[in-house]
Design a protein around this ligand. Structure first.
Ligand code: GTP
Ligand code: MG
Length: 373
């Protein structure tokens, strides 16, 4: 379980570690400065010194430190291969959602308002027992932040370029995002069924961005596909799985989960609903979680196909209910040892947020003051 050392607790309380050690000795335990205390013991000890618990023990940094330490402690045998997280990016209307629909044999595109994706969709797909997680991003220029977020949580980017349209502004933007995130990129030249399709021109245009196909002496994988006619989708999937193998993606499913909020909204019936991507550990129904400024307990978890699950392991995307508020997309979430700890972290963050807001508003009023002078 999460813990804080005697030394760290002393530092946070502003007392000498020796005083805590002496108190613990009086209570019958002989400990050193590096002895870990669990939440309850730390809280009790702190209260002996008339500290309010929330002033002392488990602030956000402590928990995150503890998590970070645990991560370093992952034993090799705990690390298991995890599915790749693949983000589909590209210019508006180049066929990202259609491609994913064709892979999933689903039909999201038709349900979209104006045929434009306005959010990140997260889907788990299984092919011959091998899993891939896909994130679908919007291509419309207004959604830069979502694309950046998509690139930030992914292992592989699929850059979709329509063969009848070529490299366009959001194609370039997607290339930049994946380069900034240091993520390998596979090019899917789409719509090759169209009479005006010119895949060779797409390849030519992309050489400008150092994306050179293997047949031209480069090392970028290009796959020519048609989402509409389902051409070459198996080749694309093979390339993804091959790339994933090279990356040797691993995680430890045997610990508390952490990951990213892909998106979140307020549902009239279910309250706050967050689509989360588990990046490490396993998220379980009933887990206490902190997500951005909010906390709660996982009430339900639903997959992209609407199936209820009780657990979600590494790389798995699920829709979670049970949070007390709607976190911002892109924020991290952590499962923590208790709802109390989750609440403490969330209150700590809200306090910090209030300080930031206050600093902003006082700056504004000062600016206004100077403006008047
Ligand atoms: P945004 O999410 O808004 O950026 O668009 P998108 O990239 O997801 O494109 P979407 O899948 O919505 O497809 C845009 C249009 O292209 C739709 O009318 C699709 O039917 C069409 N389309 C997609 N793939 C193909 C293809 O392989 N061939 C042909 N002929 N049309 C396609
Ligand atoms: Mg789309």
């Amino acid at each position: 379980s999460d813990s804080i050392t005697v030394g760290e607790l002393a530092k946070r309380m502003g007392v000498k570690a020796n005083e805590l050690i002496a108190e613990l000795m009086r209570q019958g335990s002989m400990v050193t400065i590096n002895h870990p205390l669990d939440y309850e013991s730390a809280a009790i000890l702190a209260s002996e010194f008339n500290y309010e618990v929330e002033n002392v023990a488990f602030d956000e940094e402590t928990i995150l430190e503890v998590e970070a330490k645990k991560e370093a402690e992952d034993n090799a045998e705990d690390l298991k291969t995890r599915p790749p997280v693949v983000t589909i990016m590209g210019h508006v209307d180049h066929g990202k959602t259609s491609l994913l629909d064709a892979i999933r044999e689903a039909n999201v595109t038709e349900g979209e308002a104006g045929g434009i994706t306005q959010h990140i969709g997260a889907y788990d797909v299984e092919l011959d027992g091998r899993k891939i997680t896909f994130l679908d991003t919007p291509g419309h220029e207004a959604f830069t932040a979502m694309r950046a977020r998509g690139a930030g949580v992914t292992d592989i980017v699929i850059l979709v370029v329509a063969a009848d349209d070529g490299v366009m502004p959001q194609t370039k933007e997607a290339i930049n995002h994946s380069k900034a995130a240091g993520v390998p990129l596979i090019v899917a030249v789409n719509k090759i069924d169209k009479p005006e399709a010119n895949p060779e021109r797409v390849k030519q245009e992309l050489t400008e961005f150092e994306l050179v196909p293997e047949e031209w002496g480069g090392d970028t994988i290009f796959v020519e596909v048609s989402a509409k006619q389902q051409t070459n989708l198996d080749t694309l999937l093979e390339m993804i799985l091959l790339q994933a193998e090279v990356l040797e993606l691993q995680a430890n499913p045997n610990k508390r989960a952490k990951g990213s909020i892909v998106e979140a909204r307020l549902d009239k019936g279910r309250g706050p609903v967050a689509t989360v991507l588990v990046q490490d550990g396993t998220l379980k129904q009933g887990d206490a979680i902190v997500a951005g400024l909010h906390f709660g307990r996982v009430r339900s978890m639903t997959t992209a196909t609407g199936k209820q699950v009780k657990e979600a392991g590494p790389s798995f995307p699920v829709e979670v209910t049970g949070l007390g508020g709607v976190p911002d997309a892109g924020e991290t979430f952590h499962a923590v040892e208790s709802e109390k700890a989750a609440k403490d972290v969330s209150q700590h963050r809200q306090q910090k947020q209030r300080e930031i807001d206050l600093a902003k508003s006082s700056k504004v009023s000062l600016d206004q003051l100077f403006a008047k002078m």
